[in-house]
Design a protein around this ligand. Sequence first.
Ligand code: GUN
Length: 280
Amino acid sequence: MTARIIDGKAVAAALRARIAARVAALPYAPGLRVVRVGDDPASGVYVRNKDRAAQQAGLDSATIQLPEDTSEAALLDVVRRLNADPAVDGILVQLPLPAQIRAATVLETINPAKDVDGFHAVNAGRLATGQKGLVPCTPKGVMHLLAAAGTPLAGARAVVLGRSNIVGKPMAALLLAADATVTVVHSRTLDLAGECRRAQILVAAAGRPEMVKGDWIAEGATVIDVGINRLPDGRLVGDVDFAAARGRAGAITPVPGGVGPMTIACLLENTVDAAEARRG
Ligand code: GUN
């Protein structure tokens, strides 16, 4: 079998168009503020892409750039000011943060109603308990891709590789809420290959280049590759050996052009959701 490619760029473009139409119908421009501390070059590209996509969708978007030596107290002041600003609907503090700042303290200071990353414990708890809240962008994007691929979820055996708070855990919660039979596997799992081979849906979010081999994939499975890894030779690869997996999967996301474009589109979607929920 040669897998169908799930085109994340096309799915993201369609989602961004739906978001732009929602924004155009509002009497205000939803406000998104991205806070960046220091100037890690990788996150610079990411932040600029976010800003451009937000502006194209009609959002009022800006980046607040702070120096690398910003204190935790100073960053918390910025977050509190954004919490109190009625024109701001979404706040995103770009990770990673410099060593002098505790990320957990900063994330817990963001008003959960404006937490468009969905990283606050209140939003994580809402997701875990089946309540409405803001959902982390990457796993939310994966759910959109599964829907676009037409992959049935109810009752399906889904395996999530990775257990981070940003992807693995919320991904498992979303699949469970969609009635999948969910297994979370990770670096300490005894038979990783065997567990992955049982998956009708495999979401790879381990952060290790090409860790998932072709023979870990069940014939016809839907494979979603969340990984973005830069190899020493400059190539960008996912967590899945794409060439080998493509020969067995039913549908698969490429890297780049799979999950990546969905994350930013879902950030815009969360900002509009947050604006509508908060402003009524
Ligand atoms: N750094 C890399 N990805 C992300 C993300 O989705 N949110 C935040 N806040 N920082 C990131």
